[in-house]
Write a protein that binds this ligand. Structure first.
Ligand code: ATP
Ligand code: MG
Length: 569
């Protein structure tokens, strides 16, 4: 391809509305263009990368024995009523009516449609297990579309659905997909981790997410340095400390703490560490009640864990200042479990404290020297906080690390949630009707591209992993327009690279060398060859890998073999 023909703007300025690096770089390199909130056009150079990602996914899905099909994006409401999700799904589901006033949705996911296919097409256990997949456009009316294609409204997903006669087969099919995902993200050239995950609104039991590791990731993931444990932070278990609670040594004392509203204020004022204090958060209970959540001062309440507890509103809601005042007579900032009139849930780490500090449920007053068992009932310690770095691994060995990740894939063992609701059954060996077990497996194909850039860039632009670079090789002749011998040598090299199976970009623009160099770095093409008249006379060419700090001279005739060696490495 000739760069002169590509609409590559390579903007100098950072686009103002793009907050994350991948979004900025995708705009600056002309990979994508915004149409409206969360809607993007994939421009030619961007589509090259997207297609390469798709190809790797498709090859590995095929290799794992999955069958590709293609379902409509528009789905009738009746199917969603059958599964119960027409009401459950909320405003992310884009709903509309056709000319006959019939209701439809634009598919955000395809469990209903595939279950309908399965109940019509599958008759016997002999047809199982089977796994269907597609790579297709989804629409979710995200409340806050942002970061370009990272969280778009219209995006490309690979979604697969497997059907099984029993749970053992489901577990085996799930394992196959787990392994296929490992191969996919490895081939994409990305650093990634699989973590235990919450199954959210899709439903089901076991589920894992695949995260591309990047500091800008929206998710925090916890993983052990001593065993296999890895989980999304929202799910990661924060286990009870090994040490037993100490005996009381201090008397319960009420102290005035004027103006100390936050944990940091309080620690400064009293000269204590946050780990010697507890935080008390008042949340809405179910029947108009309020519930107290007590965690150590240096810990954070975990909403997902808290909202699963009996008597707690789900989704979790902080109680209004007014409700708090009604229940405790105090303001947020000086709340505590001593004398709290409602239900109290206490985290393991807070339950282990002795001689601790907490709010006194009186404005600007705290207690010091508080002890469970003496000043308060001995609590049953629960896991209601976020795990933190250094916590013991729930797997039994090692300690937890916390890293940031971008969720690019999610696999679920759905069980019979959809097949039961929609009556998808087959005849078993005895001729008995059995409801099928299902698994579902997604990859955010367009998000993978953005995540790859978040993980692989530097100050000069994108640093593509070889497998998904729009081009593997870029040829930069310094005077293509002016020197006929140079043009001929460049064209010959272009043909050689193409014949050897490489995707080559030829920068044939009549531009300054500096502009060409900057653009080739911005575009992130792995292998760059610079052809100049002097080098040509000496029979050499300058080579630099996008990750190298310096260029080397190599014999012109060696160029193709040289890249073959580098890209195999
Ligand atoms: P998230 O938690 O990021 O909202 P999700 O859990 O709702 O995602 P799934 O239903 O598991 O997403 O969808 C499968 C995959 O599709 C996700 O792992 C993610 O990579 C991708 N994806 C989901 N929502 C979007 C979006 N709005 N834009 C781009 N990709 C998305
Ligand atoms: Mg998910």
């Amino acid at each position: 391809m000739r760069l002169s023909q590509y609409p590559i703007p390579t903007l100098k300025e950072v686009p103002a509305d793009a907050e994350v690096v991948s979004h900025q770089l995708m705009l600056r390199t002309g990979m994508i263009r915004r149409l409206a909130a969360g809607l993007y056009t994939w421009m030619p150079i961007g589509l090259r990368t997207l297609r390469k990602v798709e190809r790797i996914i498709r090859e590995e899905m095929d290799r794992a024995g999955a069958l590709e099909l293609s379902m409509p994006t528009v789905q009738p409401a009746e199917l969603w009523r059958e599964s119960g999700r027409w009401n459950e799904f909320g405003p992310e589901l884009l709903r509309f009516k056709d000319r006959h006033d019939r209701e439809f949705a634009y598919g955000p996911t395809h469990e209903e449609v595939i279950t309908d296919i399965a109940r019509r097409e599958l008759r016997s256990y002999r047809q199982l297990p089977v796994n269907f997949y597609q790579i297709q456009t989804k629409f979710r009316d995200e409340i806050r579309p942002r970061f370009g294609v990272m969280r778009a409204r219209e995006f490309l997903m690979k979604d697969a659905y497997s059907f099984h006669a029993d749970e053992t087969s489901l577990a085996a099919g799930y394992r196959l997909m787990f392994e296929a995902y490992g191969r996919i993200f490895t081939r994409l050239g990305l650093k990634f981790r699989a973590v235990d995950a919450d199954s959210g609104s899709i439903g089901g039991t076991a589920s894992q997410e695949f995260h591309v590791l990047a500091d800008s990731g929206e998710d925090a993931i916890a993983f052990s340095d001593g065993d296999e444990y890895a989980a999304n932070l929202e799910l990661a278990a924060a286990i009870a400390p090994a040490a037993a609670r100490g005996a009381p040594t201090q008397p319960l004392t009420k102290v005035a703490t004027p103006g100390a509203r936050t944990m940091a204020d309080l620690c400064l004022f009293l000269g204590v560490e946050a780990a010697r204090c507890v935080k008390t958060l008042i949340v809405d209970g179910v029947d108009g009640a309020v519930v107290a959540m007590v965690v150590r001062g240096d810990h954070e309440l975990n909403a997902l864990k808290a909202q699963k507890l009996p008597g707690v509103a789900n989704p979790l809601r902080m109680a209004s200042a007014e409700r708090v005042r009604e229940a405790t007579g105090a303001e947020p900032g000086s709340l505590g479990p001593v004398g709290f009139p409602g239900r109290i849930y206490v985290d393991h780490a807070a339950a282990c404290l002795a001689d601790f500090v907490c709010g006194a449920n009186e404005k600007d007053q705290h207690f010091t020297g508080v002890n469970w068992g003496r000043d308060l009932a001995v609590p049953e310690g629960l896991d209601i906080r976020n795990a933190v770095a250094g916590d013991p691994s729930p797997g039994g060995r090692g300690r937890l690390n916390i890293a940031r990740g971008i969720e690019v894939g999610h696999i679920f063992q759905l069980g019979r949630k959809y097949s039961e609701a929609m009556g998808a059954a087959v005849l078993d060996e005895q001729g008995k009707n059995v409801t099928m077990y299902m698994g579902c497996y997604g990859i955010g194909v367009t998000r993978v591209v953005a995540a790859a850039i978040e993980q692989n860039h530097d100050a000069n632009g994108i640093v593509w992993p070889e497998a998904i670079a729009p081009f593997q090789v870029v040829l930069v002749p310094l005077s293509y327009q002016k020197s006929a011998p140079l043009r001929e040598a460049t064209d010959a090299l272009y043909r050689d690279f193409t014949a050897a199976g490489f995707d080559v970009l030829l920068d044939d623009r009549d531009a300054r060398a500096g502009v060409k160099f900057a653009d080739s770095e911005l575009l992130g093409i792995p292998h760059r060859y610079v052809l100049g008249e002097r080098g040509l006379a000496a029979g050499t060419i300058e080579y630099r890998h996008r990750r190298d700090s310096a260029a080397v001279q190599i014999p012109l005739g060696e160029a193709v073999r040289h890249v073959q060696g580098r890209s195999a490495a």
